[in-house]
Write a protein that binds this ligand. Structure first.
Ligand code: GLU
Length: 441
């Protein structure tokens, strides 16, 4: 059965780049009728925080990316140490004692000699006595996985055929000197034991994947299918990480972005299919195909989400927004008319408040000097309320008759006097909603 996972580390808030990974894994699982796991990668107790675990769940729920189960790496340490024992038993795990400074020095020397900065495996030559002496002096070493120095190959769901020479990669450290299990081994143990069949993640993980394939095989497992999506950049191709502060999902939510607008965009951006607004998650599921995505960095402009949000809102039936509208104090009998009038004139649902303020408290009228007399005269002709759908037509006809004005010169000053704005909804529809008129000032 198809099983995917989204595996954030709870060291910060989810951002737009995480969303892409989460969404792709979610859509693959749902399309196949499989399982989607939310896996919290919290093996680092210093950097992981519970508040981020909660925030990740909230953001996922807001987006509608519902998971079938949650797994936490911090609860699976026993499984990781069993895997480490196995790697030791089969001779693929070795302890190394170099300090970060020593490693740095080695790398610099290699680079000076135009060699790739790959760990030289000096620790493999240590005798038991050497190791005991180093351990006494420096404490426990790190544990490195001994790569089989062959080419590692896989067919990537996005990148196609990949071939990486393991000799060009350092033997990865899987356990730190202080005993902390690192992501690389935790992830493969989880992927294997949880039956993960498809892993989608960013292309920054390609080298990890190469080493993970070898670790999985060393542990007797079968590697899942891998797909590495391109990384997002800003609109000019700049690294997105510089802007992540403004692109946390919770900030977008606070700005009124609608989940389906964001998801519609991210389910297509960077693929050969156009971005199309979808109203339902099921439509995204049906239309998703990871093989349509390209390997080039994907430009993302947060401003492009705004028009999709507006279009999403325009298409919503009253029932989906009636709670918001009632909360503003709009009387039930006006709710339908209010939504019909405002839906095309809002960028986010927060804008509804300003419209209701305008209708219920009256706008500060805008009257150009040359229209002052005209507006004053027109106001004397305004019928008594309550207004209905015919009021605007009847009133403007009477004003036209009395003043001789027509067209824009007739309508625009009246619109500005009543709403304080030079554009907005159809005035015939606005009139019945006007509770107070402060015009003709
Ligand atoms: N916790 C890892 C990350 O956020 C997960 C990578 C993976 O999908 O394996 O980068």
């Amino acid at each position: 059965m198809t099983t995917t996972r989204f595996a954030p580390s709870p060291t910060g808030y989810l951002h737009i780049g995480n969303l892409r990974t989460a969404l792709m894994n979610y859509l693959i699982a749902r399309k196949a009728g499989g399982t989607f796991i939310l896996r919290i990668d919290d093996t680092d107790p210093e950097r992981s925080q519970e508040k981020y675990v909660d925030a990740i769940k909230q953001d996922m729920e807001w987006l509608g990316l519902h998971w079938d189960r949650v797994e936490r790496q911090s609860e699976r340490l026993g499984a990781y140490s069993a895997a480490a024992d196995k790697l030791r038993d089969i001779g693929r795990f070795y302890e190394a004692f170099e300090t970060p400074t020593e490693l740095d020095l080695k790398r610099k020397k290699q680079l000076n000699m135009s060699k790739p900065p790959v760990y030289d495996r000096a620790a493999l030559a240590l005798s038991d006595a050497d190791k005991a002496a180093l351990r006494a002096e420096r404490g426990d070493g790190v544990w490195r996985f001994k790569l089989d120095q062959q080419r590692i190959e896989w067919k990537d769901g996005v990148l196609g055929d990949i071939s990486i020479d393991a000799a060009s990669v350092s033997d990865p450290v899987l356990i730190r000197g202080d005993g902390q299990v690192l992501y690389t081994i935790a992830s493969v143990v989880d992927d294997t034991e949880m039956g993960v069949t498809d892993v989608v993640r960013g292309s920054d993980h390609v080298t990890n994947t190469a080493t993970q394939i070898q670790i999985i095989e060393a542990l007797g497992g079968t590697a899942p299918r891998f797909a590495h999506h391109s990384l997002l950049t800003g609109p000019q191709g700049e690294a997105l990480s510089k802007r992540l502060g403004t692109l946390a999902l919770r900030d977008l939510r606070a700005q009124g972005v609608q989940p389906m607008a964001l998801l519609s965009m991210m389910a297509r951006l960077g693929s050969s299919d156009p971005v199309e607004l979808r109203m339902e998650m099921s439509e995204l599921v049906d239309g998703f195909d990871i093989t349509r995505f390209g390997s080039a960095p994907t430009k993302f402009d947060v401003l492009d989400v705004a028009p999709l949000t507006a279009r999403y809102l325009q298409a919503l039936p009253l029932a989906d927004v009636s709670e918001r509208i009632t909360a503003l104090g709009v009387p039930a009998d006006l709710a339908e008319a209010f939504w019909t009038v405002t839906r095309d004139n809002i960028a986010t649902l927060d804008d509804l408040g300003a419209w209701w303020t305008l209708f219920s408290q009256g706008a500060d009228p805008v009257v150009d000097e040359e229209d002052a007399d005209f507006v004053a005269q027109a106001m004397t002709l305004l019928p008594e309320g309550p207004f209905d759908g015919d009021t605007w037509g009847a009133w403007t006809a009477a004003v036209k008759e009395a003043t001789g004005r027509k067209g824009r010169g007739l309508f625009m000053p009246l619109r500005k006097a009543l709403t304080g704005q030079s554009h907005g909804p159809d005035m015939s529809a606005v009139m019945p909603l006007l509770q107070v008129i402060k015009a003709g000032a």
